[in-house]
Write a protein that binds this ligand. Structure first.
Ligand code: 77N
Ligand code: MG
Length: 214
């Protein structure tokens, strides 16, 4: 049977990256997506902005919505302090199966909990299931029309503390207009736009960083 794009991306990692070396995994995926097949990873340009926010926040608890092949999971997890935990939610079982292997190749299994299922089903259960109080950082990269309802769920279930940071991918392309309007107009958030480009292209896109003021 035909391989899928995520499977071909995984093969490129296993062929070109060094086991246990997250930077080589990131490099192998970016090379594959730039020279072989485009894929919807956050990519190298927005990835550098992601890295700088992760480093600034230095989070002990991270929630990622939308794992895909694990590219941003690897970028984030490779920057976490010891004993920090990253929970990443992926809806699509085929993506999740590939992501587990990409994360393992990078040697980051200890820091990452990949959970299969819909964000709306899992957000209400994260506290009891994983003993989480609040998240220091949330990276939104899943269905673009779920960013706003899931942010409201995250607020409702007390998963944010004063200073928690939301970082949202694709706020221009494909775009998340209702989410942007909300975080930019709400007195509960201090928002900042980081202009960039859609992964591996010249199309405008960017990340929106929103600090929860409590
Ligand atoms: N746990 C969960 N709960 C709910 N839903 C979930 C979930 N886990 C996954 N999903 C489903 C959605 O997963 C993928 C979401 N990502 C994108 O769709 C995406 C698309 C583009 C893109 C595509 C085509 C263009 F022309 C231009 C841009 C670029 C990006 O950077 C993207 O991130
Ligand atoms: Mg994205």
């Amino acid at each position: 049977t035909q391989s899928t794009r995520p499977q071909r991306l995984l093969s490129a990692v296993q062929k070109n990256a060094t086991r246990g070396d997250p930077r080589s995994v990131v490099k192998a995926i970016d090379h594959f997506c730039r020279h072989k097949e485009w894929a919807m990873n956050v990519g190298d340009e927005k990835g550098c902005i992601l890295d700088s926010v992760v480093t600034e926040v230095n989070p002990h608890t991270v929630l990622e919505l939308g794992t895909y092949c694990g590219y941003s999971t690897v970028r984030i997890a490779s920057l976490l302090p010891p004993h920090a935990k990253l929970i990443t939610l992926e809806f699509n079982p085929d993506y999740a199966a590939v992501a587990r292997q990409v994360i393992a190749w990078a040697g980051l299994e200890e820091k990452v909990q990949l959970v299969e299922g819909a964000s709306s089903d899992w957000i209400p259960k994260l506290k009891e299931q994983f003993g989480i109080q609040t998240f220091d950082l949330v990276f939104l990269d899943h269905w673009k029309d779920r960013y706003l309802p899931d942010t409201k769920l995250i607020e409702e279930f007390g998963l944010l503390r004063k200073g928690s940071v939301l970082l949202a991918d694709n706020v221009i392309c494909p775009g998340t207009p209702d989410y942007l309007e909300y975080v930019r107009s709400s007195p509960q958030y201090k928002s900042q736009y980081f202009k960039s480009h859609l992964e591996y292209t010249k199309v405008e896109d960017g990340l929106e960083k929103s600090v929860f003021l409590g």
